[in-house]
Structure formats: C-alpha cells, structure tokens
Design a protein around this ligand. Structure first.
Ligand code: PEP
Length: 251
C-alpha cells in the first residue's frame, strides 16, 4: 500500500515571522498524524528557521527547486547538498511555474532529477498540460512526454525515490480543480506508463500526487481515487487550518 503524501508548496510567499508561525502551527496541529507523510517546501531563505520550528514534528522539509551541478559559478542557484545541509528531504522539480515562467526544459529537469537522487534528496517531479493542450486533446501526449523525458536514464532502483505530481497547469492557483474523474484518468495513465517503463511492482510503489487548487473541500473526493496518492498544495498550504484540515481528512 502506498502511504499518502501531502506536500505544501509555499512558492514565493511568507516572511520570516509568518513562515516560522505557520511551521510551528502545523507541527502542533499535526502532532498525532502518522498515517500520512507531510512536507512543506518553503522559500530557500526560510528553510533553516522552518527546520528549527519543525524539529520535534513529523513534518519533513523540501526545497522548491535546485540546480544539477554540485557547486561553482552558478549565480543565484542552489545545490542538492545545500538543501540537505538545511535539513531538506525533498525537492520539487519541474513545477509548471519553473517550466512556463522560467523556461525550464525537460532536459534540464531530467539533469536535476538525476542530481537530486544521487545527492540523496527525494524529488517531486511535476508534470501537467496547459489549458490549450487539454482542449486540443493532447493531455496524454504531453504528460507521457514529460514523464518519459523527466525520468530518462533513471534506473528501476532509483526511480523509487521519486514522487510524481500531476498538476494540470490550468488548475494551478486558478481555483479550477480538475474533476475527480479527470485526475484519476491521468493518474491511471501515468501508472500504466510507469509499468511500461519499469514494471508493475515498481509502478505500484510510486506515489502520484495531484496538484491544482486542492483545498479542504475537495480533498476527500480527490483522494478517494485509487491512483491519487497525495496532493501537492499551493494556496491552501499557507494557512494552518486549511492545510491541517486536508491532512486530517486523509489521515
Ligand atoms: C502548486 O503550486 O503546485 C499548486 C498546486 O498550487 P495551488 O494549490 O495554489 O493551485
């Protein structure tokens, strides 16, 4: 059985004080929860203070991105080891905002996936189609290509470190959630693809999160699907009441 995994993506939000308050509030609200894996992916500059606030909690920490090189002249970038130094276990890679706002390619994202796994971080690899791609009936083609290219060269042994996040771009931060059936359809397609790329036993072990305007009111319905193993949550992860309510619903 796959243990549900819910991660909060704080994006470029919060300040020093509110970041620590949110982390401390979540730690207290979720102290009894052990049936769901929970992580928060905070802005880099708050990772250390959030790590301290979460030190006696069950909540793991993640970065929102990283570079594939280990160090050197890469102004503004951050390495896998740097994230590990500040207590990260996870890293989000290939988020749609990185792909579509910052112009990241599948090839770059694939290098980051390799670097994260070799460096000991657990990647959350995001994939998802744009609105025009969905309307043009291209969802399967786009998501298949992103999964294949993102995982290119990742061996069966190493792919078990990866969580996939299906995030239809038209549903991110828009308040428009994919219906439960739309989510399940793509998740099942991804699991079938993982079966082809690896084998059924590996595909059964890999967690696939849904992301895109997930909130307390739609958590139960989304999570009732057999192939939806968790959620990647943006806006609703910024409030203790909302994020903890979602996790308690799943627990
Ligand atoms: C996200 O940032 O990955 C996301 C899904 O955002 P939101 O929940 O706000 O749509």
């Amino acid at each position: 059985m796959r243990k549900p995994f819910i991660a909060g993506n704080w994006k470029m939000n919060m300040d020093g004080e509110s970041a620590v308050a949110l982390a401390a509030g979540l730690g207290a609200a979720l102290s009894e929860v052990d049936t769901v894996d929970v992580a928060v992916c905070t802005p880099y500059v708050y990772l250390q203070s959030v790590a301290k606030a979460l030190s006696s909690s069950n909540i793991a920490l993640g970065g929102q991105n990283m570079y594939f090189e280990q160090g050197g002249a890469f102004t503004g970038e951050i390495s896998c080891q740097m994230l590990k130094d500040v207590c990260c276990s996870y890293v989000i890679l290939g988020h749609s905002e990185r792909r579509h706002v910052m112009g990241e390619t599948d090839e770059l994202i694939n290098k980051k996936v390799h670097a994260a796994i070799s460096g000991g971080l657990l990647p959350i690899l995001c994939v998802g189609e744009l609105l025009e791609e969905r309307e043009g009936d291209k969802t399967t083609e786009v998501v298949t290509s992103q999964v294949k290219k993102g995982l290119e060269g990742v061996t069966a042994e190493k792919v078990l470190a990866v969580t996939l996040a299906y995030e239809p771009v038209w549903a991110i931060g828009t308040g428009k959630t994919a219906t439960s059936d739309q989510a399940q359809e793509v998740h099942a397609m991804i699991r079938g693809l993982l079966t082809e790329m690896y084998d059924a036993s590996i595909a059964e072990q890999i967690r696939i999160q849904y992301g895109g305007s997930a909130k307390p009111g739609n958590t139960a319905e989304l999570m009732a699907n057999p192939d939806v193993d968790g959620l990647l949550v943006g806006g609703a992860s910024l409030k203790v009441e909302d994020f903890s309510a979602m996790i308690k619903t799943v627990a």
